[in-house]
Design a binder for this molecule. Structure first.
Ligand code: CP3
Length: 349
């Protein structure tokens, strides 16, 4: 089996010779070759130029034996065509110039047409599929409705989510319309990526942990479920990833995704027991472990592999993205360790 087959088969919970691995934010600032491209281009320019997005997507695969590439882009890319003015700043990250706060603002947003408005993403996926051939898998992605809505309302990163929660509770009709429009945009955007050759797609719900379970059920669940239902026709694996989601697992297992990404705040076997063994699980090493000594990396990675070993369908990953100061040697060490150790564990059964 080649890495592409191992990755896809694992998400389908089929028997595989070793545990496949990819890392969220595997293309990024911890790589000098990324910084070199970034010196010459803005982040948005990199996302919007297929040749640059392809180059940066492939960079980590030249260094490490990763099983899959993840398209280089950002979850916020579909927002500008909806009518939200997006910029990225070195210091404070993404900022939306005209965040929404009323029904009228939401009514003025449009549902984006993936191919017309973000055709550069489809083009990058098509080019990557050719570059990767049959050897390596390609993961497409989008942001989840609640996380994207948080950006649309807060205008950027938020500590307490005060504005978005206020809108959710005090203006539920406006908030629901916002979620609907984002959901329609995301569905079209993910369909385009699957049609252009992505082997799997991941939906990133980075800020979902801010909600109560009751609000998750009302303001996240129905929209996520609709996304995964609409993608079933492609017969390609789907992954739902969020952080601080342990309190929602009983809902998440009903979402219709093939796999669930979990963070490091729960043991992966405990997560699996709640989510159920008919789903694949992705995760869940604390990304900060990569700043520690080899022995620590080995100990934590082995713990994840051992806990996952009695289930089928483990895809190794971090519990959240790689950070800019991560030592490159540690990433290489982790990737090789996961492959070798998971093969050993299988052979000793
Ligand atoms: O995983 C990958 O390698 C694929 C590319 C990818 C990026 N962002 C590249 C990026 C993906 C999948 C994302 C998703 C994303 N973007 C999320 C969800 C995942 C998560 O990390 O929680 C979120 C919340 C965003 C929004 C975003 N983009 C923020 C908050 C920031 C600024 C924070 C930071 O790290 O600087 C970005 C910028 C960003 N997205 C960079 C990269 C490589 C850094 C841009 C730069 O070069 O300056």
């Amino acid at each position: 089996m080649n890495p592409r087959q191992v990755f896809v088969a694992s998400l389908r919970r089929e028997e595989v010779p070793y545990t496949p691995i990819w890392l969220m934010r595997q293309a990024g600032r911890y790589l000098p070759e990324y910084r070199a491209v970034r010196e010459k281009h803005s982040f948005l320019e990199m996302c919007r130029t297929p040749e640059l997005a392809v180059e940066v997507t492939l960079q980590p695969l030249r260094r490490f034996e990763l099983d899959a590439a993840i398209l280089f882009s950002d979850i916020l890319i579909p927002l500008p065509p909806m009518g939200l003015k997006l910029e990225f700043f070195e210091s404070k990250g993404p900022q939306i110039e005209n965040p929404v706060s009323s029904m009228k603002d939401v009514e003025n947003l449009r549902v984006a047409n993936a191919r017309q408005d973000t055709g550069f993403v489809g083009e990058a996926v098509r080019m990557l599929r050719k570059e990767l051939g049959d050897e390596k898998a390609l993961i497409g992605f989008a942001g989840a409705p609640f996380t994207l809505a948080s950006y649309a309302v807060e205008g950027g990163h938020s500590k307490d989510y005060a504005k978005v929660k206020k809108m959710m509770w005090n203006q539920p009709e406006a908030f629901r319309l916002l979620l609907e429009k984002i959901t329609d945009t995301v569905i079209d955007y993910l369909k385009m990526q699957l049609e252009e050759g992505a082997d799997a797609v991941q939906v990133f719900d980075s800020w979902i942990g801010a909600l109560t379970p009751m609000d998750f059920k009302e303001f996240a669940f129905p929209y996520l479920k609709r996304i995964f239902e609409e993608l079933k026709q492609y017969n390609k694996p789907t992954i739902y990833f969020g952080t601080m989601t342990s309190g929602f697992f009983n809902y998440i297992k009903e979402l219709g995704s093939n796999a669930v990404g979990v963070d490091w705040r729960i043991n992966i076997d405990d997560a699996w027991k709640i989510i159920g063994d008919e789903k694949a699980i992705q995760g869940n090493l604390d990304p900060m472990v990569l700043y520690a000594d080899r022995e620590v990396i080995r100990k934590h990675a082995k713990d994840v592999l051992d806990r996952a070993s009695s289930f089928s369908g483990h895809v190794f990953n971090l519990g959240h993205g790689l950070t800019p100061q991560t030592p490159i040697d540690s990433v290489a060490f982790l990737v090789d360790f996961v492959h070798e150790e998971s093969e050993k564990i299988r052979n000793s059964r």
